[in-house]
Every structure is written in C-alpha cells, then in structure tokens.
Design a protein around this ligand. Structure first.
Ligand code: 5GP
Length: 200
C-alpha cells in the first residue's frame, strides 16, 4: 500500500493509538476506553470506503471520494494515511487533532499497524501506542469465522496479513493479548490512567 508522509513532526497534545491485526478486538477496547475516560476524544478519520450499515458520516468516518482524498493529501491536511486495502484509503486529519487538543482533550486513534508504526517512529513521549493481539493465529481465525462478516478467502487474506503485522508488535509501547476481554479492558484502563497523569 501507499504510505503517508508525516508532515507534522512534532505532536503538541496527547495521542493514544490502538492498533491491531483485523479481528483482535481493538475497536471494542477503544470504545471501552472512550466510554470510561471523558478526557478522551475519538479522532474521526477520512476514508474512501463506503459506509457500512449503521455508520454515520462525521461520527464513524468522514466518507470521501478518491478525488477528495487526493486533495486532502495534496493540501497536506492529513497527519498520516495508508492504503489499508487496495484502493481503500484511510487517513487521520490534522483538523481532528486541532479540534481535540483545542478542547484540552486527548486524541484516540483506531488505525492500522503501518499507520501506527509510522507515528510510533516519531518517538514522541506524548504518544501512547497500544497493540492488541490474540494469543495465536488460530484464536484469531476462530474470531474471524465467528464474526460471520468475511468470506473464507477474505479470512485467509486477513490471517496472512496478521502474520506480517504481528512482527511489528515489538515496536509499540504496550502489547495486550486479548484472549479474555475482561482482563484486556483492565489493562487498557491502567495504561490510560497512567498516561493521562503524565505531564506534557
Ligand atoms: P474498517 O474499514 O474496518 O473500518 O478499517 C480498516 C482498518 O483501517 C482498521 O484497521 C482501522 O483501524 C484502519 N483505519 C481507520 N482509520 C484509519 C486512519 O486514519 N489511518 C490508518 N492508517 N488506518 C486507519
């Protein structure tokens, strides 16, 4: 995929990043954090994929055309972006960061492993990166099968990709094995509570 440039090299407020291979439960844990800590605010990404049932423009994503996404890139409006799937672009808007920081809140990102890795490499101490994984690819396979939202071929594709993404786990601040959701939630709580207390 295409890797976005980081045109913002310094991060002025705080950011918490949840990243994971598909099916690891990252979104569930991110939502848990958002519901527990009012200081957090979800950074709504721009994407070229179409909305799924129940998704709302401006709440889940800003749904944009390929043309609009290209303009966002050209106009340097994105903090980072990735072509996560073929022809499907996802990017973090600088305007979201400005909005969230101007409210004295902490931005929460739910983004793919490559995008998160790029930000991690900025080595900013006001960025917390949390990588969510399952204990094995077999457990991940069972989750993807149970979710009934992917074809067999798509599951195999996601598992191959997960295998590659697992090699990146070591680069992030914390890795949480999410085999037991109740424990994973507690770990997320402890990490965020501590991070919120750190001075900027
Ligand atoms: P989905 O289509 O399932 O909502 O998201 C697909 C993947 O894209 C997920 O891993 C999600 O976290 C990631 N993603 C969502 N927004 C962004 C973004 O702004 N940047 C990057 N790099 N990945 C994103």
């Amino acid at each position: 995929g295409t890797t976005g440039q980081h045109t913002m090299t310094k991060v002025s407020g705080k950011i918490i990043i949840f990243t994971a291979p598909s099916g690891s439960g990252k979104t569930t844990l991110a939502k848990h954090a958002l519901s527990l800590f009012p200081q957090l605010s979800f950074s709504v990404s721009a994407t070229t994929r179409s909305p799924r049932e129940g998704e709302m423009d401006g709440r889940d994503y800003y749904f944009v055309s390929q043309e609009q996404f290209k303009s966002l890139i050209a106009d340097h409006k994105l903090f980072e972006y990735q072509e996560v799937y073929t022809h499907q672009y996802y990017g973090t808007l600088k305007s979201e960061l400005e909005r969230i920081w101007s409210q004295d809140k902490v931005a929460l990102f739910d983004i793919d492993v490559k995008g998160a890795f790029g930000i991690e490499q900025l080595k900013q101490k006001n960025v917390l990166t949390i990588y969510i994984k399952t204990s094995s690819l077999d457990v991940l396979r069972q989750r993807l099968v149970a979710r009934h939202s992917d074809s067999e071929e798509s599951i195999e594709q996601r598992l191959r990709r997960a295998g590659e993404e697992l090699e990146y786990a070591k680069y992030f601040d914390y890795v949480i094995t999410n085999d037991r959701l109740d424990l994973a939630k507690k770990m997320v709580e402890v990490l965020i509570e501590d991070f919120l207390q750190q001075p900027l």
